[in-house]
Design a protein around this ligand. Sequence first.
Ligand code: S3P
Length: 193
Amino acid sequence: MLMADTVETLDVAALRTALGRRSVVLVGMMGSGKSSVGKRLATRLGLPFVDADTEIETAAGMSIPDIFAQRGETEFRDGERRVIARILATRSPLVLATGGGAYMNADTRARIAEFGISVWLKADVDVLMRRVRKRSNRPLLRTADPEGTMRRLLAEREPVYSQADITVISSDDPHEIVVEAALAELERATSSR
Ligand code: S3P
């Protein structure tokens, strides 16, 4: 694990070569910064950025809150699994941001391990809540006690997220700092293989 404030210079071209055909797959809770960090990471690496939630919305022709409301979470999870499998199966390296629940699916974890390097953006409850409060687009947090729900989901999910290849702390630091920390950890992970 690398703290977000220990930034080092690195050779991005060498990292791209070391990644080969593998994609970089961001996992972690709602509000951990997967999309914001992912877009910047993709730019730094010169790779396309894909947001799995956006792809699911396009495939379904409706928003995620509408999928949950009209089709239910089980159907959403099934679509999520299929969409992520399809994106990774192209074998064309990219940076993929996954929805917070995606990595909980064993099949999806296996696909990610096969085609990519997983990066867990780890953030504490206070950071997550500050970020998710800005938007109301997360059906799972539409409860009487969103913070309690977030704490419960974190407790369930952290043991699984911790199976990711790399962990990077996502704090209140600017996203750029988190991106540099992720790049440094990717370099370490790919050079030790
Ligand atoms: C979910 C996270 C959301 C979205 C859906 C379910 C989850 O994505 O996939 O609302 O189960 O944590 P973000 O993590 O991008 O918010």
